[in-house]
Design a protein. Structure first.
Length: 188
């Protein structure tokens, strides 16, 4: 309709909300991710998400490795794209040689994905819009984190020491899906 109106010299398209502009997808789709990532047969494929504190004050960047379920997390003042990118790079840089792919949902907080991919020399993928459940391991991990930091938690009152404690508890917890090994044992 819009295109036909514009081609025929009409003016209606000028009053439409999108004015004929097409949506441009940010980033590479999870559908283009190598099949080996779905197999969880190698260390180095990570999922990333953010958890928000009460009243949308402060955030927690949570990153989990797909095969070992090894988790990393860092608290931040907010969930701006720049802060999330910086936290991601700082968390993963010590194990940069074990970072092959990163997968996120399409939240605005991941807008600096190119900076992260360049710094870590990895590929970055995104779940389709409205399919935040697709990188499902991080959703499961968020549920485990919420056992220690419930949704009503005021993150401004959560210390970095508490975050490290939660991370340690998750990474030292034997998992049935890992043959009762811990994520730390499998990752290292």
């Amino acid at each position: 309709m819009k295109r036909a109106d514009k081609k025929s010299g009409g003016r209606i398209y000028k009053f439409l909300r999108t004015k004929g502009k097409k949506y441009r997808s940010r980033g590479v789709s999870i559908d283009d991710r190598p099949k080996i990532v779905d197999e969880k047969s190698r260390i180095g494929d990570w999922e990333i998400d953010t958890l928000i504190g009460k009243n949308h004050k402060q955030a927690l960047v949570a990153i989990v490795e797909r095969k070992s379920k090894f988790s990393l997390m860092r608290k931040g003042e907010n969930k701006t794209a720049e802060l999330v990118a910086t936290a991601t790079i700082e968390l993963l840089r010590p194990d940069k040689d074990r970072v092959l792919t990163l997968t996120a949902d399409r939240g605005k907080e991941f807008a600096c994905h190119e900076k992260v991919a360049k710094a870590l020399e990895c590929d970055y993928y995104f779940a389709p819009p409205y399919s935040c459940w697709q990188p499902g391991l991080n959703e499961n991990t968020n549920g485990l984190i919420r056992q220690f930091l419930p949704k009503k938690s005021r993150f401004e009152e959560v210390t970095e020491r508490s975050v490290k404690r939660v991370k340690g508890l998750l990474n030292r917890r034997p998992r049935k899906s890992l043959g009762y090994e811990t994520p730390t044992e499998l990752f290292f």
